[in-house]
Design a protein. Structure first.
Length: 338
């Protein structure tokens, strides 16, 4: 599935570049002029806040992960001082920099969905989704709410990382794959893995890894991991080859999954799956090695309960290596209504 695009915000002119990119994306998705204007204002206000209050940062733009219809997701990230009182900052007219103070309030009014995470001394992350008004909200048929950050390394136009998901009320399956290296050849390997996944996602994880291995022969090869959740049993099965990391996180602690050595398409002695319990309020995090492995969600008070896209954005902001493609997939269970 598609990657986002990152727009660095280092000076006032960068806000305009992000706004124009958002407008172009909205036009490609069929937004009318009014809806394009709403999105442009959201990105402008968010980018201005990143520059003025955060001292710079970046804006990520893309389609809402796992969504259908015309909806754009924006994640604005900075590592500034954070907000002392988020509720106060959300009120129109409040400002710490002499501006009109309508930024966050405008984002709240103009967006279809908003979530904000701020930590004093560590920065702010703002998630906003803007949906075209002619598009009816699509009722979730599956069990997972997904959040994704997926970006190529600087200087590349394509990413060697990819992800895919199949989600229903009975079973959910997620793939994260990391083509070796980066650039076109890595992207070709990742795309081959996604095609094979789409054709064989009904297979159990260990069998699916063997299918991916066969599909990647003749490519550069890849690391990959598959998570399957059987909702009736609340059982998670994981199978991984190479350095794609995954784990479950709850307020009681975390559980990292076991991935085996090898390279899909080149060396696979035996695919194996491991079982874990999917507990209440669990959050799944999967990521390529473009994200550092030494991080703890417990270092971010309250983040575990936020929108999966916001969690993915914060982890990316603080732990991206910036010398390789990066993909972070975060999933949590939706409230289930049979």
């Amino acid at each position: 599935m598609g990657a986002q695009t990152s727009y660095p915000i280092r000076e006032p002119g960068d806000v305009g570049a992000a706004r124009r990119a958002a407008t172009a994306l909205a036009a490609a998705l069929g937004f009318d002029e009014t809806d394009r204007g709403r999105l442009a204002l959201v990105v402008t206000e968010a980018g201005t806040n990143v520059f003025k209050h955060g001292g710079g940062g970046e804006i990520l733009l893309g389609r809402t992960p796992g969504g259908a219809g015309a909806e754009v997701e924006m994640i604005a990230l900075d590592r500034g001082p954070g907000m002392r009182d988020l509720a106060k900052c959300l009120r129109d007219g409040f400002s710490t920099s002499g501006s009109p103070g309508t930024g966050l309030g405008a984002i709240m009014r103009l967006s279809s969905a908003v979530d904000i995470y701020t930590l004093q001394g560590a920065g702010t992350a703002v998630l906003a989704r803007v949906r075209a008004r002619h598009t009816d909200p699509v009722k979730a048929r599956g069990r997972l709410a997904l959040g994704v950050v997926s970006l190529p390394v600087a200087g590349e136009s394509v990413s060697g990382d990819a992800w895919a998901a199949v989600d229903s009320s009975e079973r959910s399956v997620i793939l994260v794959v990391d083509g070796l290296g980066h650039g076109i050849l890595a992207a070709s390997a990742a795309e081959a893995a996604v095609r094979a996944f789409d054709e064989s996602a009904d297979e159990p994880p260990e069998r699916l890894m063997a299918v991916l291995h066969g599909a990647l022969r003749g490519t550069r090869g890849a690391a990959g991991a598959v998570v399957e959740v059987s909702w009736a049993e609340r059982r998670l099965r994981f199978s991984g080859i190479g350095n794609v990391s995954a784990g479950l996180y709850t307020t009681q602690g975390s559980r990292s999954f076991v991935s085996l050595n090898g390279t899909l398409g080149a060396e696979l002695r035996k695919a194996q799956a491991f079982d874990y319990e999917w507990g209440e309020q669990a959050v799944l995090v999967m990521h390529s090695d473009g994200l550092a492995t030494r991080w703890e969600l417990s270092s971010y008070p309250g983040l575990l309960s936020r929108d999966p896209s916001l969690i993915a954005g914060v982890l990316y902001r603080d732990h991206v290596r910036r010398r390789d493609d990066v993909t972070v997939v975060v999933a949590r269970e939706r409230p289930f209504r049979p």
